[in-house]
Design a protein around this ligand. Structure first.
Ligand SMILES: *Cc1c(COP(=O)(O)O)cnc(C)c1O
Length: 359
């Protein structure tokens, strides 16, 4: 299927000659999660949840960032830009590098040294970006990127670029188009808070167009060690193994709070342990391998059910923001630590293997 700008050309009001730079992003699977629902029923008593994972790890560069990047880069092309720049915990740089490569732009990415998952770094390298590793975290990288943008010579494609947020609205459109209604609750990880802002805008747009009647409650989850919005203060040294949400000063802070308040939702935090449990549970019981930050949405759902914040029989969507292959180190470490992987050393002998697995 065509990418999101082609598919939602009318919703976005794009002219026919708009220069779309696309990798056929979007149209990602909305996967029912009956095992998570059963687990929640058993452990919290909240019953009858219809849970769907919006698996945005299935995008061309493996994260939802492609939805915003197709629009930001197309607009940069429309405006005649030659260079784009972003600060990134990894996925924004992968998407910027890919879309930039596709239309022949120079791509500059600033990443926090040693804190970018291996898969993401390999992507930026393969797509031929110029990579600057800074001695500092994401928030410091973004501060420099804002200054580079102020020179007027290079277009910033972080989510402070409004076209990023516009493009990311398409995930909410797809969910409503597929469910033929809006969910009751939408659970989503919160890092820089661009995506929760985009979903809320997208659901509102669809309500204005009359495509949906009701709006979901927006349920956003930060990692506990990086929970600036929850704590109400900037965190100078944010920490979490979920590196995509390791952000201490979210750029769309106020918009995220507005989404929470207007939707009567929540922004809360989940611990690394809760994220890690949801991460392996999704893979081992649903067959869905997302990256750690993505699992904050499902960890949040489980926590909200424990706190009795979710009504029985609700229709729930959870955004899974990125592909598990982005971060093989976390996958190997946690599946091992939690005993998810059963690794056996045996002779190359069928009887020994049958004996070991009890058949
Ligand atoms: C960017 C990203 C997030 C955080 O999204 P924000 O829009 O910054 O809140 C979460 N998960 C993954 C995998 C990401 O790449």
């Amino acid at each position: 299927m065509a990418g999101i700008l082609q598919r939602y050309k009318a919703v976005y009001g794009l002219p026919d000659d708009y220069p779309i730079v696309s990798l056929n992003e979007g149209n990602t699977p909305l996967i029912p999660c009956e095992h998570i629902s059963a687990h929640i029923e058993k452990t919290t008593g909240v019953t009858g949840l219809k849970i769907f994972a919006k698996y945005d790890g299935a995008n061309p560069t493996g994260s939802f960032k492609d939805r915003g990047m197709t629009y930001a880069v197309s607009q940069a092309k429309h405006d005649g830009a030659s260079h784009i720049v972003c600060a990134s915990t990894g996925n924004t740089s992968a998407a910027a590098a890919a879309y930039g490569a596709r239309c022949g732009m120079q791509v500059l990415v600033l990443i926090p040294k040693g804190k970018v998952a291996l898969g993401k770094l390999s992507q930026a390298m393969m797509y031929g970006a110029t990579i600057v590793e800074i001695d500092g975290n994401f928030d410091e990288a973004l501060a420099v990127v804002r200054k580079l943008g102020n020179t007027g010579k290079i277009t910033v494609v972080n989510s402070i670029n409004p076209y990023r947020i516009l493009g990311q609205q398409s995930a909410a459109f797809e969910i409503c188009d597929e469910l033929k209604t809006s969910p009751d609750y939408h659970f989503i990880p919160v890092g820089n808070a661009g995506n929760i802002t985009a979903y809320w805008a997208g659901y509102n747009r669809y309500q204005q167009l009359g495509t949906i009647k009701n709006l979901p409650k927006m349920m956003g989850y930060e990692a506990e060690g990086s929970a600036a919005i929850v704590r109400g203060e900037v965190i100078a040294e944010p920490e979490t193994f979920a590196t995509a949400i390791r952000i201490g000063n979210p750029a769309s802070w106020q918009q995220a709070e507005a989404a929470r308040d207007e939707s009567d939702g929540t922004i809360d935090s989940v611990t690394d342990d809760e994220i890690g449990q949801a991460y392996t549970r999704l893979a081992a019981t649903e067959g869905i391998f997302c990256e750690p930050a993505s699992a904050a949405s499902v960890a949040g759902l489980i926590k909200a059910c424990q706190n009795k914040q979710v009504n029985n029989n609700s229709l729930i969507t959870c955004t899974l923001t990125g592909n598990g292959l982005k971060d093989p180190d976390s996958a190997i470490r946690l599946s091992d630590e939690q005993g998810i992987a059963k690794k056996l050393s045996l002779p190359a002998n069928e009887q020994a293997i049958m004996d070991a697995i009890g058949l």
